[in-house]
Ligand binder design. Structure first.
Ligand SMILES: Nc1nc2c(ncn2[C@@H]2O[C@H](COP(=O)(O)OP(=O)(O)OP(=O)(O)O)[C@@H](O)[C@H]2O)c(=O)[nH]1
Ligand SMILES: [Mg+2]
Length: 218
């Protein structure tokens, strides 16, 4: 597996038992079964294809139980995306979403992308309707997806929605930063100019092309 993929660090957060591990395992192609409660955090990686580019998702499945929570601020800080999960069969987990959002706001970058996820949507034991979920999602301006890791409903869509959100943020930020660098460092002439970038930045530049066409032709 090449190591030059761009990687997106993603956290999976939510109360204990909402199905974080089950969702991650289902996304990674593993069979649905019962998992032990997560201690601290587990890392899983999956390569996805986003608009023709291979991206490595570094997925951190975290512990929902208070006594296992030991994530450091720096762990949160370099996260690029968060899947924030509640369980549609337990209203308490839904009521705790605002508390999780406060933690996310406090510890992560303001540019972090978040997707709200209501798990166990196949269950007939619901305590949180889709309508109630949508009302909260509208209020906090986040995309909401109801999923079922048990029946593999919408699990991939949730991760892809998050990855696209991260990609958008990167485009905006890299485009802006490179715009500033290029307009400061380069004086275009009739001969044009040549910019040498590392492979990492070349990829980011290509992904941000729509933002960079303007400065390159000024
Ligand atoms: N009905 C139903 N049950 C599910 C689903 N996903 C997970 N579960 C069950 O929910 C329970 C908790 O799942 P986990 O994936 O371990 O939950 P977690 O969020 O990782 O929990 P912690 O590691 O303690 O934070 C298990 O009994 C799962 O079998 C689902 O989509 N539908
Ligand atoms: Mg777990």
């Amino acid at each position: 597996m090449g190591s030059d993929f761009q990687s997106y660090k993603v956290l999976v957060l939510g109360d204990s038992g909402v199905g974080k591990t089950s969702i991650v395992e289902t996304f990674c192609g593993n069979k649905y079964k019962t998992f032990d409660s997560t201690i601290n955090s587990d890392l899983k990686c999956k390569i996805i294809n986003l608009n023709g580019a291979s991206i490595k998702l570094e997925i951190w499945d975290t512990a929902g139980q208070e006594r296992y929570k030991s994530l450091t601020p720096s762990f949160y800080r370099d996260a690029m995306g968060v899947l924030l999960i509640y369980d549609v069969t337990r209203i308490k987990t839904f009521e705790h979403i605002k508390g999780w959002l406060q933690d996310i706001k406090e510890y992560t970058s303001p540019h972090v992308s978040i997707v709200l996820v209501g798990n166990k949507c196949e269950s007939s034991d619901r305590q949180v309707s889709l309508d109630t979920g949508n009302k909260l999602a509208d209020m906090i301006r986040l995309p909401l997806l109801e999923v079922s890791s048990k029946n593999n409903i919408n699990v991939e869509t949730a991760f892809m929605t998050l990855a696209r959100g991260i990609e958008e943020v990167i485009k905006e930020n890299v485009g802006f930063k490179l715009y500033k660098t290029l307009t400061y460092k380069c004086k275009p002439s009739s001969l044009g100019f040549r910019i040498i970038l590392s492979e990492k930045y070349r990829k980011m530049l290509l992904q941000s092309m729509k933002y960079l066409v303007i400065p390159l032709h000024m």
